[in-house]
Ligand binder design. Structure first.
Ligand code: SAM
Length: 277
């Protein structure tokens, strides 16, 4: 990652643990409604899979994908070389430092499954939306999907409790969470305060099947927890991390496993919004 935080992401780990994230996007893409001439700014673009799909639809336009993971940006640059598609390493909590982005030249600002990380710090939360507003042309649209209130609640709770059992105070365990999952009401009000006209702001409870496990445990529940929950695990000394992971897996086992086929499902809650400048 940029700054001092560690880069937990890699395209291989992401494909094994969470390949469904860039795939379960038909609703948010229908809201984005990409037109051939569109200039689209993709915030938290990851490894570029989804960005490239958007760039193909914006065939006479432009896409700029920004992400704070060096590994993801390196993959995106290596794999996706269409001339209308560019990727840049950028911490999107500090978007104002990227003049290519914040210049009122974009028809659409897009984000999938990234804003709950980017909005984690309350001090920079407002800036993210103000910068997205400044990035858009007058009349341009901000379209995004992210985790909403209650997203992966069983995992959030399991990690918090396991960290307390490992010796953290409840406040320390809460502070280890890398996510901010707001309600639709909070989001709608925040977007309006920045000056957006909110056209849609909705929540969907969308239970999601985890990928099957792999021999190296980079898929399934363990792979998901290691990748998405890396910051929870790093809140305890290295020697305790496997115990925390095992506790979360044990607690969740019967909660998320379906009796009919043994598949494991977690409670994704999606918050989607469309807001116009
Ligand atoms: C679950 S991935 C989603 C990636 C992609 N949008 C997709 O749909 O596949 C979350 C992304 O948010 C990015 N991210 C987290 N914090 C960020 C920050 N402060 N600035 C930019 N990107 C950030 C991560 O690096 C990661 O690529």
């Amino acid at each position: 990652m940029t700054g001092s935080s560690k880069d937990h992401w890699s395209a291989d780990k992401y494909n094994n643990a969470a390949s469904f994230v860039p795939q379960l996007t038909s609703t948010v893409l229908s809201y984005l409604d990409v037109q051939p001439q569109d200039r689209v700014l993709d915030i938290g673009c990851g490894d570029g899979q989804l960005s490239t799909k958007i760039a193909k639809a914006a065939s006479a336009g432009q896409l700029l994908g920004l992400d704070a993971s060096q590994s993801f940006i390196a993959t995106a640059k290596a794999e996706y070389t269409a001339s209308n598609c560019n990727f840049k390493l950028q911490d999107c909590t500090r978007l104002a430092e990227c003049p290519d982005a914040v210049n009122a030249s974009w028809d659409k600002v897009f984000s999938n499954a990234a804003l709950h990380w980017i909005l984690r710090n309350p001090k920079t939360r407002g800036d993210v939306f103000r910068n997205a507003y400044d990035a858009l042309k007058p009349g341009g649209k901000l379209v995004f999907e992210m985790g909403g209130k209650g997203n992966v609640a069983e995992i959030h709770t399991g990690f918090t409790a396991a960290l307390v059992h490992a010796g953290l105070t409840i406040d320390e365990a809460r502070a280890a969470s890398p996510w901010f999952f707001p309600s639709a009401e909070w989001m709608s009000q925040t977007l309006s305060e920045v000056g957006f006209k909110v056209e849609k702001c909705e929540m969907e409870y969308r239970p999601t099947a985890l990928n099957p496990d792999t021999a190296d445990q980079s898929g399934g529940l363990t792979g998901w927890l290691r990748l998405m929950g890396a910051q929870f695990l790093e809140a305890v000394p290295e020697g305790k991390r496997e115990d925390v992971l095992r506790e979360v897996c044990d607690v969740l086992e019967t909660v998320i496993t379906r009796e009919e086929d043994g598949s494991q499902w977690i409670g994704y809650v999606r918050l989607r919004a469309v807001a116009r400048k």
